[in-house]
Design a protein around this ligand. Structure first.
Ligand code: FES
Length: 333
């Protein structure tokens, strides 16, 4: 996988703003999270920004982080972690993400990348001459049972051959990407066996056996208690709403977690000052290396497992574990 960095400053726009429709969509997403947890909307908001701009710009990351009241470094961490976000301008008609993780690799993803190299550009993240197509290698996209596969925007194309991928790329290049049906490209449905279903072939038979079983159970229940009135289940009272928990919130007052901090500090800490503020590691001691700390030692207990039974003398012993038997010594005559 490639290193994920922001695009060069020369291609970064100076500012970012959601258009009217996307502003409404962003507000809707933020409302889905409990009060105090609005930062969780960073994933969908970055996605909306990408759909609007074609890729995720630095200005978009910063604007969205500010909107959600979170440090910009946190927004940058999310955007640079997930390969669903394009940090550089990509092809205007398609950006092909080829999965190169083991199952796809074993099923021929290298050949798919060769197709991208010959049809789009030799290198990842470079557009073709017309600027319509680009490609990259990514880690597992979660469709391993239909390997090898590629993803284009939000669609996955699975069970690919180099020839089929070449056709799909040509269709996208011609502006006919919408005509390609996503999913398996070899005719199978979902991830059923490539040769077709081997079990559960008849839905009718399955439904009939379920209905027959239910009818038998109902008849049995009626026979056991002919006069009993089966009361309708009473719905359980609704649980009171639970306030959001702070249990997983890191307990830290580190400067970089402050929402007030907009950019990483430019101030450099002198090495001497940093050393003075650090706790140095204790010197190595071979004797102490295998000992637990006293507080751990105090609470640790010997595990009481099953008692070991004495092995019967007739138990089988592997030849190599048998003790050599002493030769009988000759009795003196
Ligand atoms: S390995 Fe390719 S989708 Fe999982």
């Amino acid at each position: 996988m490639s290193v994920r960095r922001l695009a060069e400053a020369s291609v970064q726009p100076a500012s970012f703003a959601f258009n009217k429709a996307n502003t409404a969509a962003a507000k809707q997403w933020i409302k889905k999270y409990p009060k105090g947890r609005e930062q969780s909307a960073i994933i969908p908001l970055l996605m909306i920004a990408q759909e609007q701009e074609g890729w995720v710009t630095k200005a978009a990351i910063e604007t969205i982080s500010d909107m959600l009241g979170m440090p910009r470094i946190r927004g940058l961490e999310v955007a640079t972690f997930y390969t669903q976000y394009q940090l550089n301008p990509v092809g205007t008609r398609a950006h092909i993400q080829v999965c190169g993780t083991t199952p796809c690799m074993l099923r021929g993803s290298e050949a798919l990348m060769d197709v991208c190299r010959s049809k789009i550009h030799h290198d990842q993240f470079h557009t073709n001459d017309k600027g319509t197509l680009s490609w990259e290698e990514v880690e597992c996209l979660g469709a391993c049972v239909n390997a090898p596969m590629v993803m284009v925007f939000k669609d996955t194309f699975e069970d690919l051959t180099p020839e089929r991928l070449a056709e799909i790329i040509d269709l996208y290049d011609a502006g006919k990407g919408a005509s390609v049906t996503p999913g398996p490209q070899n005719g199978r449905t979902g991830s059923e066996p490539a040769s077709g279903l081997t079990t559960l072939k008849s839905e009718k038979a399955i439904l009939k056996s379920t209905r027959d079983r239910e009818a038998r159970e109902a008849a049995k229940a009626a026979k056991a208690a002919p006069d009993a009135i089966i009361a309708a289940p009473v719905p359980a009272p609704a649980a009171p709403p639970v306030a959001p928990s702070n249990a997983s919130k890191p307990k830290t007052d580190a400067a970089e977690t402050s929402p007030a901090l907009k950019t990483p500090s430019k101030a450099k800490v002198a090495p001497a000052a940093e050393k003075a503020a650090s706790v140095s590691a204790p010197p190595h001691s071979a004797a102490n290396a295998n000992k637990a700390a006293p507080e751990v030692e105090k609470v640790s207990k010997q595990r009481s497992g099953p008692k070991k039974r004495a092995e019967p003398s007739s138990a089988f012993k592997a030849p190599e574990t048998k003790q050599p038997t002493a030769k009988p010594t000759k009795k003196p005559v």
